[in-house]
Design a binder for this molecule. Structure first.
Ligand SMILES: [Zn+2]
Length: 156
């Protein structure tokens, strides 16, 4: 997951080395959530199952052997490229202790960060509403009412 520009200053100068250590030395190049291998193209299903080419079996969202998809499931199989990232378990990019970092694929990373992202989204909406309350309460959603005064409609 790319680092947002506003958070870049929170990351240490040796972030590349730290991230590589977490993803490849500690995690062994596999997601620590679902065991998908880094940079592999894997077939996966919406419920998190994915096909492990090396073991020639389907695995579940935790990397355990899983049932094979039936005909209906097969319709939903899609191919995805796995990219491992070093995830902050407490969602604090300034906390770069190794105990706070985990090598996760993009799916596991998004699932892990989802509650934090929802909370951030709620704060963003509240911030916009507060700004709208301060400045005429338009919230940026309704079009500004336009009243055009014509000479015939003006009271005389
Ligand atoms: Zn994963």
């Amino acid at each position: 997951m790319p680092i947002r520009p506003e958070f870049r200053a929170l990351y240490p100068p040796n972030w590349r080395e730290l991230s590589a250590r977490v993803r490849f030395e500690r995690a062994g190049g596999r997601c620590q959530g679902c065991a998908r291998p880094h940079l592999a193209h894997v077939r996966c299903l919406p419920d998190g199952r994915w096909f492990d080419e090396t073991a020639r079996t389907w695995r579940d969202w935790r990397g355990r052997p899983a049932r094979w998809p039936d005909l209906i499931d097969t319709v939903h199989v899609r191919l995805t490229r796995v990219v491992l990232a070093a995830a902050h378990l407490d969602n604090d990019p300034a906390n770069n202790r190794l105990t706070n970092l985990k090598g996760l694929c993009q799916r596991c990373h998004m699932l892990h960060d989802r509650p934090h992202h929802l909370a951030q989204r709620w704060l963003t909406y509240r911030r916009r509403w507060a700004i709208g309350d301060l400045f005429l309460g338009q919230y940026g959603l309704q079009p500004y009412p336009t009243v055009i005064a014509t000479p015939a409609s003006t009271p005389g």
